[in-house]
Ligand binder design. Sequence first.
Ligand code: MF3
Ligand code: CO
Ligand code: CO
Length: 274
Amino acid sequence: MKFPIKRTRKYLQDYAFGPITLHTVDDFKFMAKIGRIAAETLDFIAPHVEPGISTAELDRLIHEYMTDQATIPATVGYHGYRHASCISVNHVAVHGIPSETKILKNGDIVNIDVTPRLDGPDHWHGDTSRMYMVGDNIPVKARRLIEATKKSLKAGIAAAQPGNRLGDIGIACGQVATDYGYSIATDFCGHGIGLTFHDNPEVIHVEPEDMGPILLPGMIFTIEPILNIGKPDVKTLDDGWTVVTRDRKLSAQAEHTVGITEDGLIIFTKSTTS
Ligand code: MF3
Ligand code: CO
Ligand code: CO
C-alpha cells in the first residue's frame, strides 16, 4: 500500500463538488481501530435486540459499551442529536430516535446505526449500521428486503475499486434494488469520513448524472443504501429527525466505512462474527 506521506487535501480537477481528503497509512491504522470498535458495538448489541426491550434501553447499552472502549458516540451533540445510536424500526427509514416508549415486538425489523469516535486528538470516526430481526416471526417480505439491502451494500463495496468512478458504486447498489423490485431512498447518501463525521464526497446509491471522481488510494467514505419495499419517497417527522417512508411500507439500510487502497479496498467496519 503506497499512500501520500503527509495528509493532503487534494483538489481533484474533475470533481466539482469539493475536495476529497487522501489519507495516509497511519490514518488507515486509526480507521481500522475505530472501525473495529464500531463493528464490535453492533455485535455486542445483537443478543439484546429481543421482543420487549425499548430502543432507549438499547441506546443506553450502546453508549456504555462505547465509553468502555474509550470512544465517544459522535452522534451526541451532532446538530442537536442527543443519543449514541439511531434505531429505525420497520417503516422508519433512517434516524430513528431511541425512545422509552418504543418497545420492540416479535416480527419487527430494526436498523441500528452507530458512529463511535476515538477519544482525544486523534478523533477518528467509524460509521456502520446493520439490520436485526426481532424474535422468530419475521415476515418473508421483510427477510427478502434485508437480503436485498445486504446485497446492495455488498455490490457497492465490490464496485469501490481504485480506478473506478464514484458513480460505479451507485450503479451497483441501485441495480440490486431494481432487480428485487425495490426502490432506493435517494434523499440520503453515504459520505466521506475520517477526522470529520460527514465529509466529501457524497456517495449516492443509484446511477448518478455525473460519474464523479476516479477513486484513488487514501479515500475513505461510507456506503449506506436505504432500500424501500414501496416508493422511494420519505419524510421527516415533526421531531426533526425520524425519517419514515411516505407510503409507510418497510425500509432497510446497511452501512460500512471503507478505504480505497492501491489494489482494492479495506472494509474498516467489517464484523468478524456476522
Ligand atoms: N450515522 C448516520 C450516518 O450514517 C448519521 C447519524 S447523525 C445523527 O451518516 F445525528 F442522526 F445521529
Ligand atoms: Co454514515
Ligand atoms: Co451511520
